[in-house]
Design a protein around this ligand. Structure first.
Ligand code: NAP
Length: 478
């Protein structure tokens, strides 16, 4: 595949290629160009040219185009989901869900965009009015990770296009194919050339060139905290606006009076979905000592029952890890915990034999009796491994939960809603779920405290993040 720039499939100037493989089989799916600074410039020039016109397009027209793109995405959900499973490895049902939810998010932003308002304060001066208006920022660079390539792009793209910005997207090198296809889909839906460009290449070369380029006014980034902090430092040179969605190491607290059936079901789902490759997954669990043995037994049994396999198999719950690099963190965290005295309740070793040999398959893994000093309790695993430890008082559990540089999400299970609410309020996290865990909703903000992020995506706040405020002082006296 080539780049999608200015409404056309466009070859790169760089002759370097990235091989995109199926993580379940190791087979090559496609090659895409590994772009350089010249390629970044071409895409940005196209987006800048388009911005001059797109910013003047009425909101109602932008909304109807966005609904049209959402509709086309739904119509092609099977095709996009198949490609997503091939490049990422996730089970097909999960991929289809990502595509459908992404279409819903486009619709949401289209509707929320129509509700944007400026202000006219009551200054009450005879011949003067003051207008506070909102204007699109300009060209936006959207840099996305491998784990939810379409949804995490639409967090940025849907808000940017609706507010009148234009976009250059750079997907992760492991999973670029669906993003390139999405750029073509938007063009087919009627977007003008240059409104949404997609180019591929490494973070260190192409990503850096996009961030350092003087023209873009905003970087919307989702990825690791390390890359996010490097991007923030580079963007500071030209004072670009930033939304950063970064890494997580999310804690769950299970109180003595928690409903264990509900807690175990929710925690298993939210620890191992997408093979643990999502930012607000549960990485560590603190359990009241009184119910700790039964919790471990039930949690490990439910985890062990999940089936690992090729994402194209409709019965499988977990696919392969996307790459050896991502897989190796799970291995490292298990080894580190076991060396320091943790107990393996289930899983723990790479799956091998038959079809498992052609990918990096890791089973749902539960490490019991962990300590706060272990990597599984401190660092982001981004794999299907969870650390569990007992606590003696809720105050201690809250202190341990907050003892982290991350602050993306937290989870509390207690039948006493007053206790649950005050615990939720005490957690240093952008989102907290109480007594159940589900996906985050489109109409509420999502983002992180501390090193998990800067700014919020989704909701009205996620839309406003692509606007600049301008104050116009209008003297009417002639
Ligand atoms: P990553 O290695 O940080 O890469 C993310 C994106 O940034 C990729 O497109 C990457 O390009 C690019 N990149 C890397 N270094 C860059 C640089 N110096 N300048 C510009 N671009 C750069 O993350 P990942 O492994 O794909 O994804 C996993 C991480 O994403 C985890 O930490 C996870 O928690 C985080 N995440 C956060 C959220 C959230 O909402 N908070 C959601 C999902 C994932 P290449 O692929 O070419 O390296």
């Amino acid at each position: 595949m080539d780049f999608f720039i200015d409404g056309n499939w466009t070859p790169a100037t760089s002759s370097q290629l990235i091989r995109v493989t199926n993580p379940a089989t190791g087979e090559t799916l496609e090659t895409v160009p590994s772009g350089n600074a010249g390629d970044a410039d071409r895409a940005i020039v196209s987006a800048a040219k388009a911005f001059a016109l797109w910013r003047k397009v009425p909101m109602a027209r932008r909304a109807s185009l966005q609904h049209a793109a959402a509709q086309r995405l739904r119509e092609r959900a099977d095709e996009f989901a198949q490609l997503l499973t091939l490049e990422l490895g996730r089970p097909l049902a999960g991929s289809k869900n990502e595509i459908e939810r992404s279409a819903d998010l486009l619709d949401y932003f289209a509707e929320e965009g129509l509700r944007l308002r400026g202000e006219i304060p009551m200054i009450n001066e005879e011949s003067e009015r003051v207008l506070v208006v909102k204007e699109p920022l300009g060209v936006v660079v959207a840099i996305t990770p491998f784990n939810y390539p379409i949804t995490l792009l639409i967090f940025k793209l849907g808000a940017a296009l609706m507010t009148g910005c234009t976009v250059v997207a750079k997907p992760a090198s492991n999973t670029p194919l669906t993003t390139l296809l999405l750029a073509e889909l938007f063009h087919q839906a009627g977007y003008p050339p240059g409104a949404f460009n997609a180019i591929t290449g490494s973070g260190s070369e192409l990503g850096r060139a996009l961030v350092e380029h003087p023209v873009p006014r905003k970087i919307g980034f989702t990825g690791s905290s390390g890359a996010g902090k490097r991007i923030a430092a580079m963007a500071a040179v030209t004072n670009k606006r930033l939304t950063l969605e970064m890494g997580g190491q999310s804690p769950a607290i299970v109180c003595r009076d928690a409903k264990l059936d509900t807690a175990v079901t929710a925690l298993v789902r939210h620890s191992f979905a997408n093979s643990g490759q999502f930012c607000y997954r549960v990485n560590r669990i603190y359990v009241d000592r009184e119910i700790y043995p039964q919790f471990i037994e039930r949690f490990a049994r439910a985890a062990a029952a999940l089936k690992v396999g090729n994402g194209m198999d409709p019965d499988c719950d977990l696919g392969p890890m996307v790459s050896e690099k991502i897989f190796s963190t799970s291995v490292e965290h298990v080894e580190n915990a076991l060396a320091q005295g943790a107990r393996l309740a289930t899983g723990g070793e790479r799956l091998l034999g038959d079809d498992y040999d052609s990918g990096f398959f890791f089973p749902p893994t539960v490490l019991a009796d962990t300590r706060q000093s272990m990597k599984i309790m401190r660092e982001e695993t981004f794999g299907p491994v969870v650390g569990v430890m007992p606590y003696d008082s809720l105050a201690q559990a809250i202190e341990l939960a907050n003892d982290s540089v991350f602050g993306l999400a937290g989870y509390v299970f207690s039948s006493d809603l007053a206790v649950a609410l005050s615990t939720a309020e005490s957690l240093e996290a952008g989102s907290v779920w109480v007594n159940n865990i589900h996906r985050s909703y489109n109409m509420v903000p999502f983002g992180g405290y501390k090193e998990s992020g800067l700014g919020r995506e989704k909701s009205r706040h996620g839309l406003e993040a692509y606007l600049e405020l301008k104050t116009i002082y209008l003297s009417t006296a002639s």
